[in-house]
Ligand binder design. Sequence first.
Ligand code: PLP
Length: 387
Amino acid sequence: MSAQRRIYLDNAATTPLAPQALEAMLPFFTQEFGNASAVHTWGREAKRAIEAARRQVMRAIGAQQPQEILFTSGGTESDNWAITGTVFAKGKPEECHIITSAIEHHAVLHTCRWLEKLGCRVTYLPVDGYGRVNPADVEKAICPETVLVSVMMANNEVGTVQPIAEIGEICRARKVLLHTDAVQAVGAIPVDVNALQVDLLSLSAHKFHGPKGAGALYVRRGVKLANLLNGGAQERGLRAGTENVPALVGMGKAIEMAAEDQADNAARMTALRQRLIAAVTARVENVRLNGHPTERLPGNVNLSFDGVEGEALLLRLDLAGVAGSSGSACTSGALDPSHVLMALGLTEAQAQGSLRLTLGTDTTEADVDEAADRLAPIVADLRKRRY
Ligand SMILES: *Cc1c(COP(=O)(O)O)cnc(C)c1O
């Protein structure tokens, strides 16, 4: 077979680094190597660079003050810290209640499970068939012990966007803190901490063309958060350790560009998404779109193919030069159906037969058409083998 063009449709997993972000990072690997805590010129240059990055993050999400932005190693750390940090700041876990949803990222769900072991009570709200949390369910679940509501802004598997502003309104009225995992949202849809009325918000650089291993947690002024790492005075003394200066500089540049281009990219990617859905449904029978038809991330397509095993489909697609992702996670050799798809009410077989294709800022119409062309015969072949 002749060498074929490779098509990357797994941008929800990670995105390529923007060349401009790389360029901004490079000097901080070489001549600008100072420790940002040092008082000499090298140190002050590094400090100036990370504080500029902090303001870039602040502006991109509509925060008011640079101190509201705490740097982390990524989305997982931000999610962990938002949840454990609010619980530990309130006091004893056994006196705390948290409300979250059944379709959160494992960085949130496993943190909640861990806190349950420490005596914390957690309510996992159900979602509707499209993956939406009902704000009325949040309201009903709030009790005097509730210290935090954590609902993601947009789901990483099915792309469903949650009514965070409505949930924020409820939380504010009931004086309960609201955290949102906005890792998939930044750069894809408008993210403004005041419009959303959130108190804490997680983001991760590598999901918006920044480097891996860098992220941030927005913490609204006045919100008490327990410290994460003990040591030096970095990050207001809440997260000690010498900063990863190049990564933070790269994140700053990437989020500035992502916020600037958000509306244009969203319009273009929504059109491409609809084109991909139409192309696949025109070529393949018995396909269902998982997630909400319109309240979804511009670049997310999640499909279930009857009678097809998602993992097999994924491997065959990879051989055909198309990178996607399946709704099943391989744990200890067994394929567990996605907790997200199960919460949406899919059968185990439907959940196992799912494929996620996530578009990026470089995805073209030709990529989308070509991916559908390569996908259709593979689905047909897998179905033939099965029956
Ligand atoms: C990728 C992702 C995370 C984890 O972020 P990392 O920076 O990879 O740790 C958390 N939540 C969501 C919704 C994600 O998509």
